[in-house]
Structures are given as structure tokens and as C-alpha cells.
Write a protein that binds this ligand. Structure first.
Ligand code: ATP
Ligand code: MG
Length: 431
């Protein structure tokens, strides 16, 4: 790609200074003469322009070439990234009515946005960030959901960076964008088919390959097609801590969206079974939101509890953003607050050596509603020597003592039983 760096810079000369300007996060080109830039979440039109449509198309073609993709009369759209990692999407006329239309999402250096900075920006609370970090450590499967440009990829990047050092992470993306800072990361990018329609590799193909390459966890950068089913399968087959992003406006919608996407493929799974699989696979939904004032927040961190007998997903919010007011200039005031619900896996924190005070889930001055009652007595004498041996092996693999592992197992079973009972109860009440 090195040889293209200079040519791309030359072709993009009219907007180059915006690409270099750190206060600009996005450059939007609506044909050669209309250019907008985003600063602090707000869009302003700028006077610069390209000489003509030909000059703009030459720039787009050059970018396409640099990443081995094509944009022409047969392929009017392009997903690619610039040599510095900035992501672009372009559409050519006649589909783009104003002339070549392109969005350049500036590459945010991984070091730019950390959880600490996000806390300072008010994107989430320290307790919320700590909770997410614990959930990554515990191998909870997560979906980061949100609208366009709400900060999903940024959150996924940060979560990926919290991975334990001994784990092997496989990342699958359409156009490579994530830059996860972890010691053992392997990245894959899709490849469009050639002119004869051959040689293409889809996200689904790559997830299947990733599954055969001994992953501990798999991340699918953006789930927007039938690969949703593959990600669910990954999550349900012991690759705990797998993650992905999807476009949806609420945690509940994110689950419904996954369901819709999973059904886009050739699946013949009955809907009720698919729902149970999704509800069993996804432990947490992290909802990102871009507010009216341009700020990005994590609006919800929610736990998926299951599905009730009517096929409705059951979700409990653990943390959410609460707006408390608005300033005269439109700036939204508020902060992330705990919702007073204890995650059902709360006990796992302590068992796995990550104690997390219950109080952090309390609403101010209130007592959180309790997770299903748990009896943590562990009696190993009920097992045969062979069973003990199997438990010991699993415990060693998980880096725990036999007692710790057994305790976690008992808790997990109790939780599942409680969830089952709760879903029966809510079904019964509604009937
Ligand atoms: N918490 C935040 N505070 C300020 N800026 C942020 C925050 N999170 C993300 N951003 C910025 O917002 C822009 C969009 O972020 P990001 O690419 O993560 O969004 P996205 O939801 O993945 O977008 P898309 O839907 O296009 O994939 C980036 O420029 C990023 O640096
Ligand atoms: Mg994204």
C-alpha cells in the first residue's frame, strides 16, 4: 500500500488538510463541489471542492486500487480504507445523484480514546467501565449495538484490548478497521469476487475458517448479514467472550436484529429455537448512542436473561445513561447510573477473583433487586472419582482450583434453573 500513499494524498489534495486536522472526525463529500466536515459531533459545510467529477472519481479509483478492490460501472460502491487506516465508503453516479459521494471516517488512533477518556467525556461511568472489563475477563459474550457513527467500533476496540494475554483472538471484518491491542490477535478481511464472480470471501467464509484455527474468542467487526447465525454459533460453542457489533437502537432491538439477520441465510432453524439460541448466546448488550448535541454515550449496558414463553426476549438493564437536563447551548447533561439490578452472574465475579462491590449496582440510597437466590455450598462427595477427574481437568483449563470451579458450576446451574422458573412464571402470569 506504501506506493499509494503519495498518489492518494495528491488525488485528495483539496481535502488533505481536513484529513490531517485532528479536530475533524469525518469528511463527507457529496459530489465534487459540496464537502462537509464533522467536528465535535457537529457537521459544517466547507468551501473547498474538487476540480470536477472526473478528479473526484480518479481519487476514488486510486483508493480502490490501493486495497485491491474495484469501483466502476459494474461496482458502483466501494468499502475500503486509506493507508492511514481511515475508513471510506463511496458511491458513484448515476446511483449517487449529486456526483461521487463519499464518507471518510477518520482513523481514531487506538491511543486516542481509552476508557479513561470516555469516562472524562461522560460516555460511561467508572463503575460501568469496570463492569465491562470484568465481563470481558469472565468471557461474557457481548453485542455492541448502536446507530451509525454512535461509537460501536470504538467500544469494541476497547473491549478487545482488555482480553487476557493468554487468549487467541480472531477478528473478522468487512473492511479492516479494528485495531485491537492484545498480544495474540489474528485479523481477516473479506474479499470481493472478481469480474467473473469468483474468488470472493464473505464474513461467513472467514468466520468458519476462524473457527478451525483454534480461536479462544472471535470478534465479528460488524454483523449485518447471515453471519449473525455464525456468530451466535461461535458464542454457543464454547468461545466465551466473543463479540460483534450490530445496528439497532435498543438492546432488545439488537437481539431482534440478530434474529432477522440470522434468518437471511439458508437456515431452517425454527424461530423459537433460534430465539433461544440467541438469548443463550448473548450475555450482554452494550448500547452506544449519539445524542442530539453530538456527544457519544453508552446508553445501556444490559443483561440478556432469556426468552419467555411468548418468544419475547427478557433483558435487564444493569447501567444506563440518565439525562438530568440540558444547557442553553443544547449540551445534554446527565450521567450513567446503575439501574438497581444485580447481574444474574454476579457471584462469578468473586469466585473468579474479580470482586465487584454490590453497591455499584445500587441506585443511590436503594437496595438492588436480588439475583436468583444462590446456595453456594459445594459438596464434592456426590461425584464419582472419574467425574472428579473430569472436573479437575476442566478447572485446571479454566485456571481455577477444583473448589472454585465447582462453585461456579453450581452457581451457573442454579442461575439457569432460576431463569427457567422465572420464564415459566412470567409465561404463566401472562396466560
Ligand atoms: N465516546 C466517544 N466520545 C467522542 N467521540 C467518540 C466516542 N466514541 C466514538 N467517537 C468518535 O465517533 C466516530 C464514530 O465512532 P465509531 O467508528 O466507533 O462509530 P460506529 O458506531 O462504529 O460507526 P459505524 O456505524 O459507521 O460503523 C469516530 O470518529 C470516533 O472517534
Ligand atoms: Mg463501526
Amino acid at each position: 500500500m506504501g506506493v499509494f500513499t503519495n498518489s492518494i494524498a495528491t488525488f485528495l489534495a483539496p481535502i488533505k488538510h481536513y484529513l490531517d486536522d485532528e479536530s475533524v472526525s469525518e469528511v463527507l463529500i457529496n459530489g465534487p463541489k459540496e464537502i462537509w466536515v464533522e467536528r465535535k459531533g457537529k457537521l459544517v459545510q466547507v468551501p473547498e471542492g474538487f476540480h470536477d467529477e472526473g478528479a473526484l472519481q480518479a481519487a476514488v479509483r486510486n483508493i480502490a486500487q490501493s486495497v485491491g478492490r474495484r469501483i466502476d460501472a459494474e461496482n458502483l460502491v466501494l468499502d475500503a480504507r486509506l493507508p492511514d487506516g481511515s475508513r471510506i465508503h463511496a458511491v458513484l453516479p448515476p446511483s449517487a445523484r449529486k456526483g461521487t459521494t463519499m464518507a471518510i471516517r477518520k482513523f481514531a488512533k487506538a491511543a486516542d480514546l481509552t476508557f479513561d477518556i470516555m469516562i472524562k467525556y461522560g460516555t460511561l461511568s467508572p463503575a460501568g467501565a469496570e463492569f465491562l472489563a470484568m465481563c470481558v475477563a469472565l468471557g461474557k459474550n457481548m453485542i455492541v449495538s448502536g446507530g451509525t457513527g454512535s461509537g460501536k467500533t470504538t467500544v469494541l476496540n476497547l473491549l478487545g484490548g482488555l482480553l487476557p494475554a493468554h487468549e487467541r483472538l480472531m477478528v473478522v471484518e468487512d473492511a479492516s478497521e479494528l485495531q485491537i491491542k492484545a498480544p495474540h490477535v489474528v485479523c481477516f478481511e473479506t474479499k470481493p469476487a472478481n469480474v467473473e464472480g469468483k474468488g470472493g470471501l464473505t464474513i461467513r467464509d472467514l468466520v468458519r475458517s476462524a473457527m478451525r484455527l483454534r480461536p479462544d474468542r472471535i470478534i465479528v467487526g460488524e454483523v449485518r448479514g447471515p453471519e449473525a447465525l455464525d456468530l451466535i454459533t461461535v458464542m454457543n460453542t464454547g468461545h466465551g467472550g466473543s463479540m460483534g457489533t450490530t445496528h439497532a437502537n435498543t438492546p432488545m432491538d439488537a437481539l431482534v436484529r440478530l434474529e432477522t439477520l440470522a434468518m437471511m441465510g439458508d437456515t431452517t432453524i425454527p424461530i423459537a429455537a433460534l430465539r433461544r439460541q440467541i438469548a443463550g448466546a448473548v450475555h450482554l448488550v452494550v448500547q452506544a448512542k449519539r445524542l442530539h448535541d453530538g456527544s457519544r454515550k453508552i446508553s445501556h449496558i444490559s443483561e440478556v436473561l432469556g426468552v419467555d414463553e411468548h418468544g419475547t426476549y427478557k433483558v435487564q438493564d444493569i447501567f444506563k445513561f440518565v439525562q438530568t437536563g440540558i444547557e442553553p447551548d443544547g449540551k445534554i447533561l446527565g450521567a450513567m447510573q446503575p439501574c438497581g439490578n444485580l447481574p444474574t452472574f454476579f457471584e462469578e465475579f468473586a469466585v473468579n477473583g474479580h470482586p465487584f462491590p454490590k453497591e455499584k449496582f445500587y441506585k443511590e440510597g436503594a437496595v438492588p433487586s436480588q439475583a436468583p437466590a444462590t446456595n453456594t455450598t459445594t459438596n464434592l462427595s456426590q461425584y464419582s472419582p472419574a467425574q472428579i477427574q473430569a472436573l479437575q481437568a476442566a478447572a485446571t483449563k479454566a485456571g481455577m482450583t477444583l473448589e472454585q470451579y465447582h462453585k461456579a458450576l453450581v452457581l451457573q446451574r442454579q442461575r439457569q434453573a432460576a431463569q427457567k422458573a422465572a420464564s415459566k412464571k412470567s409465561g404463566g402470569e401472562a396466560a
